[in-house]
Design a protein around this ligand. Structure first.
Ligand SMILES: C=C(O[C@@H]1C=C(C(=O)O)C=C[C@H]1O)C(=O)O
Length: 359
């Protein structure tokens, strides 16, 4: 058999497998459709991150036992897209993200809701909370913290003013590019970007003599890409996808100072997840102004065997509040008791599948 015949034969085998995959996927979608009808009757939530996580865990285990060629990330990438399409078949729901198109939040949203969902770009974090409350969107995706810049205040403010629930968390590695129509660095006279992106690329700018040019902050890195695409002698610090969106050539990739620059995002909605066995809970805490109150509060968590994974203080209207993450679900017995004891000081933001240990 010649190489060419061999290739033809292998491609025939692939075609047969693809035909079977398609048939199985459609069979799966028929069942998903029935799940959608049941949920429509019972009012059950369409998106069940706990169930999706359990499916991926199961498949990963089977795959390891079979020594399959796929790794966990590949299984996750394939099945998250299948789940996203499934949810759209159950009931198409709008997803609002902190825009514009091509933003890092858009990327985070796509990593969970796939390529087929109906996305709405919303220009502020407050706007996302508002549209969730008015039910114009079913899901909202917002950043909560970045490994270089800390907690996102607008998101905490949103939680203090609205009652949206966290239903999932997503971690995204943030990479910036320097994109420009200029052929040489020395032709660049101004750079557009978001203020925090300039901060995250400070060393690169200094090392390449770009700290002397005009650094112009704009609302988003996507806007920066758009401006730089239309103006000679300018550049943008932006995401790879934003540069692609505006056909802006990329001069340097991964220009961020820290190579582990990560942002954690929350997916918000109007329902509560069931326990999954591997959950995290986020709360806001507003304690009375008394001596030792924080120590006593934290001791109650410790005495109940609850592992706090994050505590950040935040000022709202002159008042100090705390944003706290801990391991466990709000309905776990030990958690329930502590939340009940301090219910006048606590706002539960949501219990969700733990995807991230820390950033
Ligand atoms: C089908 C369901 O709805 C959604 C889709 C899932 C899937 O495609 O397997 C799993 C969980 C839900 O996010 C379900 O709840 O079982």
């Amino acid at each position: 058999m010649t190489n060419e015949d061999g290739l033809l034969e292998l491609r025939n085998q692939l075609d047969n497998i693809d035909n079977k995959l398609l048939e199985l996927l459609n069979e799966r979608m028929n069942i998903v459709h029935k799940v959608g009808s049941l949920k429509a009757k019972s009012g059950g939530a369409i998106y069940r991150p706990d169930r999706e996580k359990a499916i991926i865990d199961r498949l990963d285990k089977i795959n390891q036992a079979q020594s399959g060629l796929l790794n966990r990330s590949a299984i996750e990438a394939l099945f998250l897209e299948i789940f996203a399409i499934s949810r759209n078949i159950e009931l198409p729901e709008n997803i609002g993200y902190l825009g514009p198109q091509g933003s890092f939040t858009h990327q985070a949203a796509e990593s969970r809701f796939g390529a087929m969902s109906s996305y709405i770009s919303i220009s502020s974090i407050k706007g996302i909370f508002k549209e969730l409350a008015s039910k114009k969107i079913k899901f909202g995706v917002v950043p909560i913290e970045n490994s270089s810049n800390g907690i996102v205040n607008d998101t905490i403010n949103g939680f203090t003013n609205y009652d949206s629930k966290i239903v999932a968390e997503v971690l995204l590695n943030i990479h910036h590019t320097l994109a420009t129509t200029c052929d040489k660095i020395s032709d660049i006279k101004k750079i557009y970007s978001k203020d925090i992106a300039f901060d995250q690329c400070r060393r690169f700018l200094t090392n390449f003599g770009l700290d002397e040019v005009d650094l112009i902050p704009v609302e988003s890195t996507t806007k920066a890409a758009k401006l730089a695409a239309n103006e000679p002698n300018s550049a943008a610090i932006c995401a790879h996808v934003a540069a692609k969106l505006y056909n802006l050539p990329i001069l340097f990739e991964n220009i961020e100072d820290k190579d582990n620059n990560k942002t954690r995002f929350f997916i918000l909605s109007d329902f509560e997840n069931a326990q999954s066995g591997n959950d995290k809970t986020s709360i806001l805490v507003n304690l009375p102004d008394e001596q030792g109150v924080l120590v006593r509060f934290l001791n109650d968590f410790n005495n109940s065997g609850i592992n706090l994974t994050k505590i950040k203080s935040h000022i709202v209207e002159g008042n100090s509040i705390f944003f706290i993450d801990f391991d466990g679900h709000k309905d776990d017995d030990n958690v329930k008791k502590v939340l009940e004891k301090h219910k006048s000081s606590i706002k539960v933001l949501g219990s969700y599948v733990k995807e991230i240990s820390d950033i």
